[in-house]
Each structure stands twice: as structure tokens, then as C-alpha cells.
Design a protein around this ligand. Structure first.
Ligand code: SF4
Length: 328
């Protein structure tokens, strides 16, 4: 049957696809992991993730339960903390106590949003796919000195300790900031703070529309492309694989990471035993050196280099003497 122009005009648009930050962040790190989670092959569960979810649930509940008065919200939240899920309640209290103290210091007049969902259409619907909508929930957004500046706070309850350099390059920073630049066209500068509640520290990044917008857009565009293709490319790396929840079923996992995730206690015991063995080997070689001199294997030498007065035995690479070479 031939397709008429009316068929095309009357065609029902495909449903929009909504991509959230967490899925895209995983896709940007290793698409294989993100897809395995989406396909339900593994569950990305951990006690700390549950603490985060529970904390955000209480915050959202507080928002719904009080009217405009912001300090009532903080009071409500503090009162509600003890009612958190009992198995993780102490961790939830620990992670949100600092946050409520910070909230008290803030001038309520500057609050633009708490737990505010921002969504933006990244790609329009075509014949092949529905509109691609990106979405994220931002913890606390404040007005800056004027309408060109905003301040964004994100509470992190986990063990990851970001430096300000990490904060600048995190996918979350890129994603949240790009959405804000897009949704708030007058904003030129974003001051982004990660509040690391476990440590009482913060990591900071300053984002500028002129410098960062298109770089962020490019990173998001490539990530969205991988997501739309449902890519299962794998990008292994020790840092990533060591805390990935997919290691048990991933054929690309770095060997050391697989061993670590299979049996953490055993892995630590192995490390302790290896350290003890290395220490014993070193002691033996030092004793040997004292009587017979250095031990060589190619240009690797265990011995000592004469410094001024200190004699310290260690492994070093024997490099040709520059002065002798120049003389030749
Ligand atoms: S184990 Fe490594 S390679 Fe495999 S999905 Fe996880 S991060 Fe990617």
C-alpha cells in the first residue's frame, strides 16, 4: 500500500523518551554498565544509595507538608528524620543533619527551588523516535547577586570525596549546568557546590555559559547518542570497574577488579600477605647487599646509591651516567 501525504501528516508522533541524569551518567562512564542495569540484569543497590533515596524522600515529603514558610520546612524535616527507614535511620540522620544546618543559614528570599525537577527537550520528535527529554532533580537552587548568577547545592552522602577539580569535570556538573543554562537563558554563571555531608566538606565548580555551554552540550549529545542506540560498548578501567555493580556478568571487567568484587575480605587478606612477603624479601636483599653488594637484573638494581651521608637500600633503575657519555 502506498503512503499518501495525508498518512504522513496524520501519523501519530512517537512517545517521548525521558532520560534521567543517573542513566546518562552511567552511560557516559561505561555504556555496558548502564545497559545491564536498564535491562534488569543487575540491580544497582547499595546501602548508601538507599540512604540517598530515603533522604530525598523525606525532603520531598517535607516540601509537600508545609506551606510557603521555608523554616517550617527545615523544622519539619528535622522532626521527620527519626522516622527514616529503621535499618538505615542512623545513616540518614548523619547525612541530613548537616544539610538542615546549612538550610537554616540560607536567606529564604533567595531560594529558587528545593528538590526541583528540571526537564528540557533535547531532540524534537522525528519519524524514527519520539522527542528526547532530559530531566534531573536539583537539590537546592539559590539566586545569586543578580539574575545572571545562580548557586546550586547538591548533597552527597556517599564515601566519594570530590576535589574541586573533580567537581568541575563530573558528568553531573555538566548535565545540571547545561539544563540550567538552557532553562534560565539569562543565567551566565553557576556556582556549583557539592556538599559532602559525611566529611563536612564541599567541592566547588564555577561554570560560565560562554566557556562551558557548548562543551557540555557536546558531551551530553554524545551520551544521548549512545543511549538512543542502547549501546553496550564497554570502557573498562580499574577506577570504574572496582565499584561497578556489573562485574559478575561483564566479560570486559579488569581482572583485579573482578577478584576484588568477588571476595573483598579475601582480596584484602591477599594484599596484607603480599605486603608481608615483600617486606621479608626486602629485608633479605638488604642483608645480602651489606655483605655482597648490589643485586642486578638488567638495568634494575637493588642496592644503594651513595647520597651525601645516608645509605638507603631500595629498587632503582640504573641509568647511564650522563657525564661519562658526554666525555665519549
Ligand atoms: S565492569 Fe568495568 S567494563 Fe564492565 S561494565 Fe563495569 S565498568 Fe564497564
Amino acid at each position: 500500500m502506498t503512503t499518501t501525504i495525508n498518512d504522513i501528516l496524520n501519523r501519530k508522533p512517537l512517545d517521548a523518551q525521558v532520560y534521567d541524569r543517573s542513566d546518562l551518567e552511567k552511560t557516559s562512564g561505561c555504556p555496558f554498565e548502564a545497559k545491564a542495569i536498564r535491562d534488569g540484569k543487575v540491580k544497582d543497590v547499595s546501602m548508601l544509595a538507599d540512604v540517598g533515596i530515603e533522604g530525598h524522600r523525606l525532603l520531598a515529603e517535607s516540601l509537600e507538608s508545609v506551606d510557603e514558610n521555608y523554616l517550617d520546612l527545615v523544622d519539619y524535616l528535622e522532626n521527620e528524620l527519626p522516622t527514616a527507614r529503621p535499618d538505615i535511620q542512623p545513616e540518614v540522620i548523619k547525612s541530613l543533619r548537616g544539610a538542615t544546618e546549612e538550610l537554616r543559614k540560607i536567606d529564604p528570599g533567595r531560594i529558587i527551588g528545593i528538590e526541583k525537577q528540571y526537564s528540557t527537550e533535547f531532540l524534537k520528535a522525528t519519524r524514527n523516535h519520539g522527542a528526547i527529554v532530559l530531566t534531573c532533580c536539583q537539590d537546592l537552587l539559590l539566586a545569586g547577586k543578580d539574575e545572571t548568577v545562580v548557586i546550586l547545592f547538591d548533597w552527597k552522602t556517599g564515601y566519594k570525596r570530590r576535589t574541586s577539580t573533580d567537581a568541575q569535570s563530573d558528568f553531573q556538573t555538566c548535565f545540571y549546568s547545561w539544563i540550567l543554562f538552557r532553562e534560565l537563558p539569562k543565567v551566565q554563571t553557576i556556582h556549583f557546590f557539592y556538599e559532602q555531608t559525611r566529611y563536612g566538606t564541599r567541592a566547588y565548580a564555577k561554570l560560565e555559559r560562554e566557556r562551558d555551554y557548548y562543551n557540555f552540550e557536546g558531551r551530553i549529545q554524545e551520551t544521548v547518542r549512545l543511549r538512543m542506540e542502547d549501546s553496550n560498548e564497554a570502557w573498562p578501567g580499574m577506577e570504574k570497574c572496582c565499584w561497578c555493580c556489573v562485574t559478575a556478568i561483564c566479560p570486559h571487567v579488569v581482572g583485579e577488579a573482578l577478584e576484588l568484587n568477588k571476595d573483598k575480605e579475601g582480596y584484602l587478606n591477599q594484599y596484607i600477605a603480599l605486603k608481608a612477603r615483600v617486606a621479608a624479601i626486602e629485608r633479605g636483599m638488604k642483608a645480602h647487599c651489606k655483605k655482597h653488594g648490589e643485586i642486578r637484573s638488567g638495568n634494575q638494581v637493588f642496592g644503594y646509591k651513595e647520597t651525601k651521608k645516608i645509605v638507603s637500600y631500595k629498587l632503582y633503575v640504573d641509568k647511564p651516567d650522563k657525564t661519562n657519555n658526554e666525555d665519549e
